[in-house]
Design a protein around this ligand. Structure first.
Ligand code: PLP
Length: 309
């Protein structure tokens, strides 16, 4: 059993030269781990979260993978790619009725062979209920179910490998954007370097609870101290402000680092603001995790710079 996927180890890139002067003056150095570049279609942390899920599905003889996400889900996009490259079928259960026309993300997913199944938003909270899942099995046949965002033990274990090619003792802080907290949990269980998680969804404390819940449920021992910043969601998931979009355009243009507004843009904006505010120690050597997700930038017409993903 082998996946026919060819992935590159992520590149480490120096960004210090592109820091604004008021951050450089504090002796901050910044490198970025380009997980967005590991594969042209299967980008970023989503591949790490899918890797062991795919292996488990194949080991169980499952030919079909099913998961959940919104119309711009990086997770469904990556799942469609991973399934197609591995010769597996995929089903994407989409939050809300399927948009007309389909988002570019869902168009890609369908073109990669994913079957799309929209459900009304009010039924979304019940999507893991046995009755609903049984209904999906009656309709589509048996499948291996991956929770939304790849948020399970296999997903965390995959993320424990994200830093495999990095000497983390070269850094004082690792910064990562967080949705479900799966990636953050994998990182804190695999390094002893302190980790900063920037929460990109609204919801006081939900992320901190999630990480504790993961560790308890799966009997994981964090090795790194970690801290979660929950004030940088810009109004909520995928919400933006003109200032955030302008920052992304300007930083991407000057540094060449592609960013999108849902995760990496908010992460870097938050990080620079925290450095300025003195919330991050002067002299820190920071590693930024680029989690990919650049396909999602197509959902923001205000970002007119060419995006490679
Ligand atoms: C999904 C995603 C995240 C969040 O990962 P979680 O493991 O859900 O916290 C961060 N960055 C990008 C680019 C993503 O696509």
């Amino acid at each position: 059993m082998s996946l026919t996927l060819s992935l590159k180890p992520p590149l480490l890139q120096a960004l210090s030269a592109f820091l604004p002067a008021d951050c450089r003056d504090k002796g901050i150095s910044l490198d970025v781990l380009r997980c967005d570049l590991i594969h042209p279609l299967l980008s970023g942390n989503k591949w790490y979260k899918l890797k062991y899920n795919l292996q488990a599905a194949q080991a169980a003889g499952q030919q079909t993978l099913l998961s959940f996400g919104g119309a711009w889900s990086n997770h469904l996009h990556a799942l469609a790619a991973a399934a197609s490259l591995s010769g597996l079928r995929s089903i994407g259960v989409v939050r809300g009725e399927l948009p007309e026309p389909l988002s570019a993300c869902l168009q890609d997913a369908r073109a990669m062979g994913m079957t799309l199944h929209g459900i009304p938003r009010n039924r979304w909270p019940d999507k893991y209920d046995e009755r609903f899942v049984t209904g999906l099995r009656e309709r589509y046949g048996d499948f291996y179910l991956i929770p939304e965002g790849g948020a399970n033990l296999a997903g965390i274990r995959g993320c424990m490998g994200m830093l495999d090619t990095v000497n983390t003792s070269d850094f004082d802080l690792i910064a990562v954007a967080c949705g479900t907290g799966t990636t953050l949990t994998g990182l804190i269980c695999s390094t002893s370097t302190p980790v900063l998680g920037v929460q990109i969804l609204k919801g006081e404390d939900y992320l901190a609870r999630e990480v504790v819940q993961f560790c308890g449920q799966y009997d994981l021992q964090p090795r790194a101290p970690y801290r979660i910043e929950s004030d940088w969601h810009f109004g909520g998931y995928a919400r933006t402000t003109p200032a955030l979009l302008a920052f992304i355009r300007e930083f991407s243009a000057s540094s060449g680092l592609p960013l999108e507004p849902v995760y990496s843009g908010k992460l870097l904006y938050a990080l620079l603001a925290m450095i300025r505010q003195g919330n991050i120690a002067a002299g820190s050597r920071i590693l930024l995790i680029h989690g990919g997700g650049l396909q999602g930038a197509r959902g923001f017409p205000a970002l007119s710079q060419p995006q490679t993903w």
